[in-house]
Design a protein around this ligand. Sequence first.
Ligand code: URP
Ligand code: ZN
Ligand code: ZN
Ligand code: ZN
Length: 483
Amino acid sequence: MSTVIRNGTVVTADLTYKADVLIEGGRIAAIGEGLTSDEVLDATGCLVMPGGIDPHTHLEMPFMGTYSADDFESGTRAALAGGTTMVVDFALPSPGQGLLDALKMWDNKSGRAHCDYSYHMAVTWWGEQVFDEMEAVVKRGITSFKHFMAYKGALMVNDDELFASFRRVGDLGGIALVHAENGDVVAELSARLLAEGNTGPEAHAYSRPPQVEGEATNRAIMVADMAGVPLYVVHVSCEDSHEAIRRAKQQGKRVWGEPLIQHLTLDESEYFNPDWDHAARRVMSPPFRNKLHQDSLWAGLQSGSLSVVATDHCAFTTEQKRYGVGDFTKIPNGTGGLEDRMPMLWTHGVGTGRLTPNEFVAVTSTNIAKILNLYPRKGAVLVGADADLVVWDPEAEKTISAGNQQSAIDYNVFEGQKVKGLPRYTLTRGVVAVREGALDSREGHGEFVAREPRGQVNRALSKWKELTAPRPVERSGIPASGV
Ligand code: URP
Ligand code: ZN
Ligand code: ZN
Ligand code: ZN
């Protein structure tokens, strides 16, 4: 079975040109003019782009006394509906649980995926077993390790553990990921706010000001530099954190920053909504910020100091959010966005002139494919690449509404937003999953994508670290000890 996408404009991270795309056996077989095949998808007026890659999802994740409501089935369905053809989810060992044991749990959940997926491994505690199993995890094709500097008493690791783990990741040729917030300060601020009667969802934002994120980002950058490991900072929400990343990049450090579509388009005023449910549904860490921070994130995407737009999709129902009535620290942290990331970024980025279509492809797909050593199998429109493609109709419009979303939850944080720019077709390894804008995907079609360690950046960084490592000075005639 072969398929041709006809009459479209191919848009990649660096090129825009008219061409047909021929797909055979799930891969791109040819790109050129006048290609024909059994099945023809008409892309007139559309852009043919690499499918989106969302490198930050939490599907069916045990967290804060419950499980996130979207699993690999509904989550990847939402992804495809919005033009995303691959997700990278976090395998999360509970404290004391082995990494391989956690992987087994994630393997049991991911079999239902509609699109391809990979995992990051979270390091939620430290010990010999974790150190040892990290190597086996890398051999299984999982080369990125996430560390929480927040969620004290649950997932948080301390600086000594962070340093030990970062060094191990560096030695294994992987990349270190951090959730950067100063968990000690957040815990203290939260306790004080509660004691003073600040129990509502707005106190969640008060408890996590930009400063705690900026400090932790600076700390993670320093620790990664000492450990000689490339660093990827997830959910960068503010100028304080962006500034640290920008400075590190200017110093030649291998650091990447990932803003979320939520932080780019929603602001802190959401938490002051008089409707408790409205505010609690938007509780996530870090919280939404003011316009100055939003402008900083957009500028980062424009200038290249921020590299990837993700969702951190971690959806909880209103009922789950209500666990935190009377105590904001018990509101499950997380928001959805998988279906809306690409249309929202196109509308607010390309639609306003803040991003070019090529930059859109870079930050939704190609950059993360390169960072995770998946390129050009994913994130490319090239002969031989997986046919994970989106045929994007820049004129198609809709109003986002929970009533017609794929996500399992009962609301949408983007409810009522008008978007212009939607998938006409989404293809996952050559199989059409969105046809004429309607979802037609298959549960279980998704496959695990293994990744190789020691990508180009790792090799360059290790070479430099080796060259500049401390060495004893060779001396002749050392004087006798002065005692
Ligand atoms: O609030 C959030 N972000 N929930 C998901 C877990 C995490 O910190 O990424
Ligand atoms: Zn996080
Ligand atoms: Zn509301
Ligand atoms: Zn997350």
